[in-house]
Design a protein around this ligand. Structure first.
Ligand code: HEC
Length: 137
């Protein structure tokens, strides 16, 4: 009797794992295509496919509208090398010295290869458009 139990139990365990995997696989299936590429709020496709297949669309990227002005081009090219320029617009309005420190942190701490002249322009640009005094959107 004892021997029989020890044979049965591992078998039952395996069955449970198999059932669990099948259920999990169902959740993974479906379409991952994006319908609202400009929005962070992505809706999940309501249709889950019945088979184990799913397709993946291109990764949505969020276009950031930076304020018009002197230094915008430098900001757009140098500050989008490692992350999106959304990192700028998603901050609350920051005081001018904070933008100076932020740009220097990107260069000194994270190794952003930004020439001095461009860094100066970027700092002025951010201070002209993204502080509590002048930020419009
Ligand atoms: C060499 C890569 C690199 C470049 C170029 C770069 N950053 Fe960053 N940035 C980072 C990393 C790494 C973080 C922190 C990690 C994270 O949150 O993803 C970060 C985070 C930020 C943040 C969020 C706040 C913080 O301090 O963590 C802001 C704002 C930001 N960067 C602005 C800028 C601006 C403005 C520029 C252009 C001057 C720039 N970044 C260029 C690497 C870079």
């Amino acid at each position: 009797m004892r021997k029989r139990l020890s044979v049965l139990v591992p078998g039952a365990g395996l069955l449970l794992i198999a059932a669990g995997t099948a259920v999990f696989a169902q959740f993974q299936s479906g379409s991952y295509g994006s319908t609202k590429t400009n929005s962070l709020a992505q809706t999940i496709s309501p249709q889950l496919s019945q088979d184990g297949n799913f397709s993946v669309a291109s990764f949505p990227s969020f276009a950031t509208e930076l304020a018009e002005g002197e230094g915008r081009a430098e900001t757009q090219s140098f500050c989008a090398m490692c992350h999106s320029t959304r990192y700028i617009t998603m901050q609350p309005p920051l005081p001018a010295p904070t933008w100076d420190a932020e740009v220097n942190k990107m260069i000194k701490t994270f190794g952003a290869p930004i020439p001095d002249a461009a860094a100066k322009k970027i700092i002025s640009y951010l201070q002209d458009h993204y502080t509590p005094e002048n930020r419009k959107h």
